[in-house]
Design a protein around this ligand. Structure first.
Ligand code: SF4
Length: 359
């Protein structure tokens, strides 16, 4: 098996700040209901639909479903927006999700509660440095994870989600292609370990999943010997090695609802517990241990950028019309190609990404 790895100086020295969790004012039950009613009215008035990610606040997830929107992984969020006839999409998630929705739906207005809500994978893979990396390796097929900017997608041959990455990399490997992978090194190494593909890696990581700790996880497993361990593949290899199920958000939710176990140790953003509790109320969910205070992710197990989405700024954006996602049309036209390539591949090979789960 031929494997490769590389670290660019631009990527190995973090050039972005991980923000503290925003402290949203605590709302009383009646204040919350008033605000939700206001948002419902605004969505209706503006013929807008709310699409929320599983990692966002539970109130936003509930509101999305109560108003005919959806709660999903990033790709299904974009697909939903494409299939829905609402001219305005309000994306509660992080920036690349809003951008993907806009790339797939250029004629629609896409709003986000906070345009500064990024992702460490996106922020750690600037387009100019990434382009130089690609230019240095013209013999490689460029495969990027969905958690990237529109400009990085525009430089790629393929965009993948974690639900389809294994199938696409396997397909490329069987065609004899060598791969340049970005930005998540943990997901990349996991795919490489399964497929044996020749993958040159960008040195990026998720600040949330990277904090799951393998030694501490072993201790928790001993305390809960009957618990199934569910791990998102953005986690380090030593954590993935202990998993009963490795999969993305939709796949991990499915595991909780279908496996016979009564207890689950879950290594992904804690926002997912809201949907898991809804779908499997009798199951006990245990957070996988993180490094806690002092780690590079102060949250731990909750994405600080996802936490920038709240009822308050959602209402504000709907009222003001601010925070529209704008993408340079030339970039968008180029970025849609590798996304469509993935969708076409899924169709051709009968891969239901919703069932497999995506990041
Ligand atoms: S949880 Fe990690 S991968 Fe997901 S948006 Fe936050 S930083 Fe990015």
């Amino acid at each position: 098996m031929s494997t490769s790895s590389a670290t660019l100086p631009e990527a190995s020295n973090r050039t972005f700040e991980v923000p503290k969790h925003p402290e949203w004012p605590v709302l009383s039950a009646s204040e919350k209901e008033t605000l939700k009613a206001r948002i419902k009215g605004l969505l209706k008035e503006q013929n807008a639909v709310l699409v929320a990610h599983y990692y966002t606040d539970g109130d936003l997830q509930d509101l999305a479903e109560e108003t005919g929107g959806c709660v999903a992984d990033s790709l299904e969020m974009a697909r939903f927006g494409t299939e829905h006839d609402a001219p305005t999409l309000v994306v509660a998630g992080v920036r690349f999700m809003g951008e993907t929705a806009k790339i797939l739906n250029p004629e629609k207005k896409v709003l986000m509660p906070d345009l500064e809500a990024t992702c460490s994978l996106d922020a750690g893979c600037p387009a100019d440095a990434f382009t130089r990396f690609c230019d240095q390796h013209p013999d490689r097929t460029v495969v990027v994870y969905a958690n990237t900017s529109a400009a990085v997608k525009a430089r790629a041959d393929w965009v993948v989600t974690s639900g389809i990455a294994l199938s696409i990399v396997e397909h490329l490997k069987n065609k004899g292609e060598k791969i340049l992978w970005a930005p998540d090194k943990h997901l990349g190494h996991y795919i490489q370990s399964v497929t044996g593909a020749d993958m040159l890696m960008w040195d990026g990581s998720c600040v949330v999943h990277e904090e799951f700790k393998s030694v501490a996880l072993e201790r928790v497993r001993k305390l809960h010997p009957d618990a199934a361990v569910l791990v998102h593949p953005e986690s380090p290899a030593e954590v993935i090695e202990q998993a009963d199920v490795v999969g993305s958000t939709t796949a991990l939710i499915k595991a909780v609802t279908t496996m016979a176990n009564k207890e689950f140790i879950v290594a992904t953003d804690e926002g997912i517990f809201h949907k898991m509790h809804q779908l499997a109320p009798g199951k006990k969910l245990i957070e996988a241990p993180t490094a806690g205070q002092g780690a590079s992710c102060e949250s731990c197990a909750h994405c600080p950028w996802m936490a920038m989405n709240a009822l308050q700024n959602l209402a504000e954006v709907l009222e003001s019309g601010r925070n529209e996602v704008i993408i340079d049309p030339a970039t968008s036209e180029r970025a849609v190609l590798p996304i469509r390539r993935m969708l076409d591949f899924a169709r051709e090979y009968g891969i239901t990404m919703k069932g497999k789960g995506n990041a």
